[in-house]
Design a protein around this ligand. Structure first.
Ligand SMILES: Cc1cc2nc3c(=O)[nH]c(=O)nc-3n(C[C@H](O)[C@H](O)[C@H](O)COP(=O)(O)OP(=O)(O)OC[C@H]3O[C@@H](n4cnc5c(N)ncnc54)[C@H](O)[C@@H]3O)c2cc1C
Length: 388
């Protein structure tokens, strides 16, 4: 046994995973007065999984009521973040501009915007000419329509993780890096203990917040989670002084190709529709060329730009692109995972909801009972259209 750290022998709650879900859950538990909490992260630093590799996009523009409600709960929490935790998170409201170039997407965008308006989300509708007028630097001759929401934007993911963890620690939560959970003991259908190479912790409540690795953690408890890791990658460019500072987060929806300001340059990414599930986080150079070509065709000034950095990370994907919240057939084994490429922005609300479940026995802020694990075996899937 490695004994470089003194892990507590017992804890009320053990959270597995130090990304946005684990950090937010720890913070909200502490805020509710549950302070005998241990958070375990296997990497050298918190937020090194999907959260630290994500694009930092936050948006109101979703296609299902439940995701819209999660955004309505979560984005205002990001606006209040500095007041609550003291941590600056650099929320930039540059707006998301989603561009449709296919008739089927135009129809879906119309349905989405109607639903958004019904829930009080004032997304703007743009016709093809209005899209082109807003993006004079880009080639969008084929744009048929677009939608824009001014309060969508960008937030720094690491600041959110560190803000939550630092405040949780100030309130008594014990958070450890370099501690990998290897097993979970179950007795008579109940969680009893979490096993690591540095020791074991007795507990009756475990939160699986292991993101793309949550299926592996589920397996430790004998719970099969339909969450698969899928690689996504992006790169940043050298400065592009001809682009304005308020350049929006542009999404070419049909190609899953996106652009947003990153410093003086741009961050550009594209989803590979042929990517197979797996844990490889190396950049796929062949697909990077596909991405570069598609991006330059949309934004010709990229031909003069250089590459500054590039990385890949893993989406934690479920069959209906919606997360899994709550309890499982093993008593005390709770999950908050499967956000399928848009979990960073819903992390604040997700942690609050997990704290409500643990403290009050039910979700209060947003009714996410439909996002239970049982929906997969009972055929109650809810498909999200706006997956990028
Ligand atoms: C390239 C990319 C771009 C994205 N862009 C956006 C975006 O713009 N907006 C948005 O909202 N979302 C985005 N996402 C999705 C978002 O990053 C995720 O949905 C979210 O970060 C998931 O958070 P998490 O805490 O569940 O997972 P993670 O951040 O991966 O955290 C899980 C943690 O658990 C740890 N862990 C795993 N197994 C163990 C174990 N056995 N013991 C201890 N620790 C363990 C891991 O090391 C990891 O740190 C993007 C994702 C990627 C990959």
């Amino acid at each position: 046994m490695i004994s470089s750290v003194d892990l507590p022998k017992k804890s009320d709650v053990v959270i597995i995973g130090g990304g946005v879900m684990g950090a937010s859950t720890a913070y909200h538990l502490a805020k509710r007065g549950v302070k005998d909490v241990v958070l375990l992260e296997k990497e050298d630093f918190f937020g090194e999984g999907a959260t630290g590799r994500c694009a930092g996009g936050v948006r109101y523009q979703f296609s299902t009521e439940i995701n819209l409600k999660l955004s309505l709960a979560s984005l205002p929490m990001l606006e209040r973040f500095k007041d609550e935790t003291g941590q600056e998170i650099h929320y930039r409201k540059c707006g998301y501009l989603l561009v449709a170039t296919q008739e089927k997407d135009v129809a879906a965008f119309r349905r989405n915007i109607e639903l958004q308006h019904r829930l009080g989300i004032q997304t703007e509708w743009l016709d093809g000419d209005e899209v082109r007028a807003r993006l004079p630097w880009m080639r969008f001759a084929d744009a048929l329509a677009g939608t824009f929401h001014q309060k969508d934007g960008l937030v720094d993911p690491n600041s959110v993780v560190m803000g939550y963890i630092a405040e949780a620690q100030r309130q008594g939560v014990k958070a450890f890096t370099r501690i990998e959970v290897r097993d979970i003991n179950i007795e008579s259908g109940k969680v009893t203990e979490v096993i690591t190479l540095s020791g074991s912790i007795q507990t009756q409540t475990v939160v699986n917040a292991a993101g793309p690795w949550s299926k592996l953690v589920g397996d430790m408890a004998g719970i099969s989670l339909p969450v698969v890791p899928v690689r996504r990658q992006m790169f940043t460019t050298t400065p592009l002084p001809d682009l304005p500072a308020d350049f929006p987060f542009v999404i070419d929806f049909a190609q899953s190709l996106y652009f947003h300001r990153e410093g003086e340059g741009l961050l550009i990414g594209m989803s590979n529709p042929d990517e197979k599930p797996g844990y490889d986080q190396r950049v796929d150079e062949a697909f990077e060329l596909v991405n570069l070509e598609a991006a330059s065709a949309r934004l010709p000034m990229l031909e003069k730009a250089g590459l500054v950095s590039r990385w890949a990370g893993l989406y934690e994907v479920t069959p209906d692109a919606h997360p899994i919240f709550g309890s499982t057939p093993v008593e005390g084994f709770l999950v908050v995972t499967g956000f399928s490429g848009h979990g960073f922005m819903h992390g604040p609300a997700a942690g609050l909801l997990m704290a409500e479940l643990i403290c009050d026995g039910k979700f209060k802020s947003v009714d996410v009972t439909a996002l239970d694990l049982a929906r997969f075996s009972e055929g109650r899937l809810i498909q999200e259209y706006n997956v990028v």
